[in-house]
Write a protein that binds this ligand. Sequence first.
Ligand SMILES: Cc1cc2nc3c(=O)[nH]c(=O)nc-3n(C[C@H](O)[C@H](O)[C@H](O)COP(=O)(O)O)c2cc1C
Length: 349
Amino acid sequence: MNTPTLFTSLTVRGLTLRNRIVLSPMCMYSAGEDGRATDWHLAHYLARAMGGVGLLLLEATAIEPRGRISQNDLGLWSDAQIEPLARIVRLAQAEGAAIGVQLAHAGRKAWSADRAHGPEQPVAPSPIPFDDGWRRPHPLTIVEIDEIIAAWQAAAVRARTAGFDVIEIHAAHGYLNHQFLSPLANERTDEYGGSLTNRMRLLLCVVRAVRQVWPLDRPLLVRVSVTDWAAGGLTVEDLVATTRELKDSGVDLIDCSSGGIGPAAPESVGPGYQVPFAAQIRCQAKVATAAVGLITTAELADEIVRSGRADLVALGRELLRHPHWPLDAARLLNAPVDWPHQYRGARPE
Ligand SMILES: Cc1cc2nc3c(=O)[nH]c(=O)nc-3n(C[C@H](O)[C@H](O)[C@H](O)COP(=O)(O)O)c2cc1C
């Protein structure tokens, strides 16, 4: 009997994933104000590792304090934040999961989950607030942009020290890298604004700075919003062009999400609604992709990777509901997988 594709391994650089199932990064708003991971994070991520996930991607983890989405985000802006994450890394790897961290900077959406307490003035490419009632951001100077690129690199060094297998750079959902990419948030007239080539400059600088310190045998992922869902915003074609440059700069896989630059959203969404984006980026930019968004059944997840529309499937809310989703999916698809030995007695025949 052939192993269903969902449960085949995938090797990217020096890392072999045991299956194609990813825990999609999800902010848990449970860190202290010091941005350090707690025992709660350990329990949360370890449960999904024991549940059989192939790659755990930790939630958006801020590269500097003013880049947080809330005051309870994880951070990697200081060395004191390394060890609590390293503990999670060691225990998740011992359960057979690979583990990555999503590094992030919220830009003008800083404190979007908790707007009453945000920084005095968030930063962005241009002084355009996210929406009515939001703070007007400070447009970053060239010197400040250089400082932010350096902060991305320093956070990557800390991720390396913590032992993460993967870094995912957050360039989706309307956060800082996406703000530079999208003409809806970037009205700069210098080398970081105007043409798509200029608008992708910050992201490429971040990727190159991270790749410089990230070991060559460890994969580097970027999460993008493949469309802004708004007139005048980013399109799939823009993201295909951006992805080609990202790939040339050392990115191994594109995690394909959408939206977030403004309040605009698709009229209706259904199971796997973002999968066509992952398929188009994969086919046209010739790069590995992850598909995400309303993927909840074993059949759909397996079909996505079997048909070659994506290399990985990321599940968010379904893995909050069911930490053991991968073990259940393996049973439904008749896939031979190892259960944690402590649970073997409960394994269905
Ligand atoms: C509570 C929550 C927190 C999230 N936080 C993040 C995040 O930190 N980074 C990110 O890229 N996406 C974040 N997302 C989006 C998810 O990663 C995922 O793309 C989205 O939920 C769609 O997948 P799903 O339908 O499987 O949940 C979050 C979603 C939820 C529900």
